[in-house]
Design a protein around this ligand. Structure first.
Ligand code: 5GP
Length: 141
């Protein structure tokens, strides 16, 4: 993975990308990885990350960002198809001051109304349910 100097190689998403930590994967290609959030703000909460060492949106080259956003689009479409939802919140936090807790660029895809979301990074979800949702969403990816 290419990288810039201030990037923290030991963040959890870098470890997931290196295969050092497990995840409930839903999609992967040469440029990006999509997996389930283990502290979901709603049922089916997924994350898309680039295979590029950027902490925020400002550190990723435009072509890598374009590849990542294509994956965001695919995952959102799969969530709508498999979970039967019409609305998906797309959220992306830049920097600790914005509430970012994992310093590797990522896009949250949360299939729920904004007003109904649970707290951010607040509580571990039911792992069996998350695993089942990952299987369901990945079926069409
Ligand atoms: P941020 O606050 O950086 O925008 O969001 C980080 C997200 O990563 C949170 O929604 C949190 O629940 C999730 N998260 C934190 N640690 C892990 C982990 O080890 N695995 C997975 N799959 N998600 C994580």
């Amino acid at each position: 993975m290419s990288q810039n100097n201030s990037y923290d190689n030991n963040n959890v998403f870098a470890k997931i990308l290196r295969g050092e930590l497990p995840c409930f994967k839903i999609y992967e290609d040469d440029y990006s990885l999509a997996f389930m959030d283990i502290m979901p703000q709603a049922k089916g909460h997924a994350l898309v990350i680039p295979k590029f060492a950027a902490e925020t949106l400002l550190e990723i080259p435009a072509d890598m960002l374009a590849h990542t956003m294509t994956t965001v689009q695919k995952v959102m479409s799969a969530q709508k198809t498999t979970l039967g939802v019409e609305g998906v919140v797309l959220m992306q936090l830049n920097g600790k001051d914005a509430g970012q807790t994992v310093p590797h660029l990522h896009f949250h895809l949360i299939p729920e109304h904004l007003a109904n979301l649970k707290g951010h990074s607040a509580e571990k979800g039911d792992m069996e349910q998350i695993k089942a949702l990952a299987e369901q969403i990945s079926q069409v990816l």
